[in-house]
Design a protein around this ligand. Structure first.
Ligand SMILES: *Cc1c(COP(=O)(O)O)cnc(C)c1O
Length: 405
């Protein structure tokens, strides 16, 4: 069978773009992933905060099967019912009026950037600069990498796309200082996810809205990670009592299937035919999944469970932090981070994997927890007990190393 990858060999045919463990996962169900040799892993990465309903949820499988045998791809040049239904549902559930669907978070953000630039051309005399933030994350296309504030990303693939000055997160004066005649928008994550789960303060978010109103700017929230119930409410802007002009969604919207969305209020909806598009945009297969997922997420009971499980997780993390002498616990809903020692987090992720527990370290000094949003109390408890074992094992190893040294 010359065309199958050999399980005993690392894959040489995949480009080497990520440092990955050699484990090959073959099956997932709920909170659990299973590898090729039959080992089970308890998963709090969940496809990078994507699998809001856990692995292989029945509602997604059913929507895929139903739509695949009904209408797969009429082309973006024609209307389809699942796209219309999902757009109507998102509009009804939010403060926005119109929706554009795409396939990835970065692509939705590209759309937001284009929308803001066109709005600036029409209404602000060609203003085009979008103020973004240090340690912010908006994706991996050339423009969204330029909007991203990860250290080092400004020199990754030079030249950068111009027009994304960087302010300091939660520092209103740093934003004000960057506003000029060329400024058209301010774009941020309500919680900096890849930046280590750092929430915008209420005062900061309200201050940004006031600055936008004062200077005639658009407020763009990248809710690719925080949207779809991840932080408790359906959208994170609802924490703040602030309405953005534009919002992007991704990750959880498809619960594992690639779909993203760009949402905007009437006054910002300036695209005309030909301005934006893509082969897979508003594809009925992924829109049918989005609709099935939103039907589950957008109920008071579901969101109440996210809040309750989040409280349970936070309390457990605070106890562990105290008992192990670790640092700050930050987050909301089911997106949390725990500060550990400098450069300890990457090794802890490895230790966790050896214990059959999948975790993520967005920065070298902090662990991030992204369980499925439909986790049960028993499952949150299970994860906390696994984490306790991992922290104890890590402390044992580092203490022995220190004694030998
Ligand atoms: C993941 C993420 C993106 C990028 O989404 P992709 O689907 O990987 O392109 C953009 N913004 C935020 C806040 C994210 O967390």
């Amino acid at each position: 069978m010359p065309y199958l990858s050999n399980p005993s060999q690392p894959s040489h045919a995949l480009m080497n773009t990520v440092v990955r463990p050699e484990t090959v996962f073959v099956r997932g169900r709920g909170a659990w992933l299973y590898d090729e040799i039959g080992l089970a892993y308890f998963d709090w990465v969940q496809g990078w905060a994507v699998n809001c309903l856990g692995h292989s949820p029945d509602v997604v499988a059913a929507a895929l099967a139903r739509q695949a045998t009904t209408l797969l791809n009429p082309s973006p040049a024609y209307l389809n019912r699942p796209a219309m239904d999902l757009a109507a549902r998102l509009v009804a559930a939010s403060v926005f009026d119109e929706v554009f669907f795409a396939s990835s978070g970065a692509e939705a953000n590209e759309g937001a950037i284009k929308l803001a630039r066109k709005w600036g051309r029409l209404h602000r005399g060609g203003a085009h600069e979008i103020i973004t933030f240090a340690n912010g994350y908006h994706g991996r296309t050339i423009a969204t990498m330029s909007a991203t504030g990860k250290p080092g990303w400004d020199i990754y693939y030079p030249p950068q796309v111009p027009g994304f000055p960087k302010a300091v997160f939660n520092d209103l004066a740093s934003v004000e200082a960057l506003i000029g005649p060329a400024t058209v928008a301010i774009m941020l994550e309500p919680v900096q996810g890849e930046g280590g789960v750092r929430p915008a303060s209420k005062a900061f978010m309200r201050g940004l809205r006031a600055l936008c109103d004062l200077h005639g700017l658009l407020l763009i929230l990248d809710e690719v990670q925080t949207g779809c119930g991840r932080t408790g409410p359906l959208f994170a802007y609802q924490h703040y009592g602030v309405e953005p002009d534009i919002m992007t969604l991704g990750k959880g919207l498809g619960a594992g299937v690639p779909i993203s969305a760009l949402l905007a209020k009437h006054h910002a909806c300036v695209f005309q035919p030909g301005d934006q598009g893509g082969t897979f945009c508003a594809n009925p297969l992924v829109c049918a999944v989005g609709e099935a997922v939103m039907q589950v997420l957008d109920t008071p009971e579901f969101l109440a469970n996210v809040a309750a499980r989040g409280e349970q997780l936070a309390q457990g993390l605070r106890t562990l932090s105290r008992n192990f002498g670790l640092g700050e616990v930050r987050g909301s809903g089911l997106l949390w981070a725990l500060e550990v020692g400098a450069d300890d987090a990457v090794e802890m992720v490895e230790t966790a994997r050896r214990h059959g527990f999948l975790l993520n370290a967005p920065r070298s000094h902090c662990l991030r927890f992204m369980p499925a949003l439909n986790s049960s109390a028993v499952e949150i408890d299970h994860g906390l007990r696994l984490l306790e074992k991992v922290l104890a094992a890590h402390r044992f190893v580092t203490r022995n190393v220190a004694e030998v040294a």
